[in-house]
Design a binder for this molecule. Structure first.
Ligand SMILES: *Cc1c(COP(=O)(O)O)cnc(C)c1O
Length: 374
């Protein structure tokens, strides 16, 4: 059994993918070719955002967003420690300081109450709060009504790390359209993945879009060899754009299939148990189920479940086994165990089971039966 089954997905579009790849090889515009523009137009329309700017990875998307706001040394950016390293890494890469805020243990996303408290009680004298990066973990959007209100009150920007949530919805709006700048990733295992690295920034703001486009190509001005600012080489390959066009054609259908698979898991798993915490289906939210993640009773219980599943050929994963504030890379921030108790507890108890649009009913039944029995 596959944790994420990309082979089955490819079967249904193989011919179209081959045709599109051949077309790119034929026209030879490997950098910023016509497929790149077409993809940007299609994803802008899908998310309802004015500007979609493709880039080389999800990490670059967040990096470009922060650079567009001029984030640098002396700046503080609030984010969660229960996420993939890239979210906070790019803050530090620019010389700014990530300020961690604990998560809501039910949604795994940044807790708006704790966020406001962290902003109000901010007392790092040498740092200036600039913005917030909220993460839509496992495909479930964070609570942007509250987050955007808090940000507006304190004059902070909001970046949506939608690397896992492209295709999700929040109160009728699509993920990546929920903050000042939305960022996503096309890493193969993400809900919409390519055959390598890729990413995209989304914004309604004309000025920010212009700056991001410039930053993506070495800070270029109107002319290619006019350099207005320090940028990066952050473009998406035309070949990846072509592959994404193929995959995007079946994506809305896949989003429905993911939703159905997640509901099936939740129906089959024993929700009456106090030692298992299943993901939430909340009014106004529609996750894209990048992961179906469950909290076991404790670390030992989690190990027993994972072992039992493994014994029957079912792969599992732990996202994330160590929150960022306890990673060596962030030891310079001086955090210790106990600083963000919800993130730490989730790290100790969480595990994810196979999740993709092509899950078989029998496999889901088997997985649920094993978990229900442990
Ligand atoms: C995958 C991921 C990223 C980084 O995306 P890449 O395309 O791998 O660079 C950033 N944030 C989160 C939450 C992710 O899951």
């Amino acid at each position: 059994m596959q944790f994420i089954d990309l082979k089955t997905q490819l079967k249904s579009i193989a011919e179209d993918v081959q045709k599109r790849i051949a077309a790119v090889i034929d026209h030879g515009q490997f950098i910023m070719g016509p497929e790149t523009k077409e993809l940007e137009q299609k994803l802008a329309a899908y998310t309802g955002v004015k500007h979609a700017i493709s880039c080389a990875s999800g990490t670059d998307a967040i990096l470009l967003a922060l650079m567009a706001y001029g984030v640098g040394p002396g700046d503080a950016v609030f984010t969660t420690p229960f996420t993939f390293i890239a979210t906070a890494e790019v803050i530090s890469l620019l010389g700014a300081t990530p300020i961690f805020v604990d998560i809501d243990p039910h949604t795994y996303n940044i807790d708006p109450t704790k966020l406001e408290s962290a902003i109000v009680h901010f007392n790092h004298q040498s740092l200036q709060p600039k913005g917030i990066i909220a993460v839509d973990l496992f495909g479930l959007p964070a609570d942007y009504h509250l987050i955007n209100d808090i940000a507006a009150k304190h004059h902070l920007f909001v970046i949506e790390d939608g690397a896992q949530s492209f295709g999700a919805e929040y109160h009728g709006k699509k993920a990546c359209s929920l903050a000042d700048i939305g960022c996503t990733s096309f890493f193969p295992a993400k809900p919409l993945g390519c055959f390598g690295d890729g990413g995209m920034c989304f914004t309604d703001d004309d000025t920010l879009a212009g700056v991001i486009k410039s930053l993506r190509v070495h800070g270029a001005g109107a002319h290619k060899y006019d350099n207005e600012r320090i940028g990066i080489n952050g473009r998406l390959d035309t070949l990846q754009a072509a592959i994404l066009l193929s995959k995007f054609a079946i994506f809305p259908d896949e989003v429905e299939k993911r939703d159905k698979a997640a509901r099936t898991y939740s129906d089959l798993l024993n929700s009456g148990r106090t030692d298992l915490s299943l993901p939430l289906f909340m009014n106004g939210y529609r996750s894209v189920w990048a992961q179906y993640s469950i909290l076991a009773g404790d670390t030992e219980h989690r190990s027993r479940i994972q072992e039992a599943l493994k014994a029957e050929g079912v792969p599992t994963a732990i996202y994330y086994p160590r929150p960022l504030h306890l990673q060596k890379a962030f030891s310079f921030l001086g955090h210790k165990p106990g600083d963000f108790p919800c993130s730490e507890e989730c790290s100790n108890r969480i595990f994810s089971i196979p999740m993709h649009p092509y899950l078989e009913a029998d496999d889901q039944k088997k997985i649920a039966e094993i978990i229900n029995r442990i």
